[in-house]
Design a protein around this ligand. Sequence first.
Ligand SMILES: Nc1ncnc2c1ncn2[C@@H]1O[C@H](COP(=O)(O)OP(=O)(O)O)[C@@H](O)[C@H]1O
Ligand SMILES: [Mg+2]
Length: 274
Amino acid sequence: MELEDEISPLEACSAAGNPIIELRGVSFAVPAPDGGWRSILDNVSFTIGAGSITCLMGTSGSGKTTLLRLIAGLIQPDDGQVLVCNNEISRMKDRDLTAVRREMGFVFQYSALFDSMNVGQNIGFGLERRRRPRREIEPVVRELLQEVGLPGIENKRPSELSGGQKKRVAMARALATNPRIVLYDEPDSGLDPIMTRTIDDLIRKVRDTKNTTNVVVTHNVNSVWRIADRVLMLDNARIVADGTPAELEKSAVPVVRQFFEDEVRARLQHAAAV
Ligand SMILES: Nc1ncnc2c1ncn2[C@@H]1O[C@H](COP(=O)(O)OP(=O)(O)O)[C@@H](O)[C@H]1O
Ligand SMILES: [Mg+2]
C-alpha cells in the first residue's frame, strides 16, 4: 500500500527507537471561569521513540487530549517546544506542517465519523483530499476493512454501526494515508472488555506490521498491560510517572496507585463473584 511519492519528512526518524516526538518544557493554559488562566500542562518534557506504543493516562480533565492536540500541531504551546522528527512544529511553515500532519493519523475519542458519508467514503476521505484516483482508493479501503475485521461494509452508514464498529472504521480512516505516527484518544471508551481487547490487538498489529509510532490515551489498566511499552501519567499539569507497566505497578505515586489498585480490586471482586 505505498501511496506516497513525495519524500516523507519523518523518514529520517523512523528507525525503531529514534526520537520522533519530543516535548521540551511545554506549558499550556486555558481561560478559567474567574477570568484568569488555568494551567493544563506545566513544563512538560518527554521523548517518544519511533515504533513504540506509549499509553497516556490521567484522570478526566488532566490534559490528555490537549497533549495529543499539541503533538498533532492542532494547537500551539504557550511555552516550550513540540518537535516532530527534530522539527519544531510551532515554527514550521504551513506547507511543511501540512507535510508532517499528513504523516499523522488521529483516532478521535468519539470516532467522529462523517454521518453524511458511507463507511467507504469516510475511510477514503484523506486520500480523496489528496486527489488520489478512485481506482486507487477503493482497494485501500477494501484492504483496511479486512484488516480491522469488517470486510464489505463500505456502503453502510455510520448510524448503522455499533460503537465497536465505529471505532474500527475510525481506525481504518486514520490509517488510510499510511501515517507514521498514530494518535489514539480513548479508543476503548464506551466499549465492552471483549471489544476493547479487539481494539488493543489491532493497535499492536498496526504497530507490528506498519512500524507506526503510537500514543494511546486510555484509562484502562488492562489495555496498558496488553499494549504499552511505556506509560506516561499526567496529574496536576505534570508528568508524575513514566515507565513500563511493571514499573508503574510498583510506583508509590498516589494517582498511579489509584489506577492500578482499582484495577486489581475489580479483578478480585470479579473473581469472588464467579
Ligand atoms: N480551548 C479550551 N478552552 C477552555 N478550556 C479548555 C480548552 N481545552 C481544554 N480545556 C480544559 O482543559 C482541561 C483539560 O482538557 P483535556 O485535555 O480535554 O483533558 P482530558 O483529555 O485529560 O480529559 C479540561 O478541564 C478542559 O475543560
Ligand atoms: Mg480527553
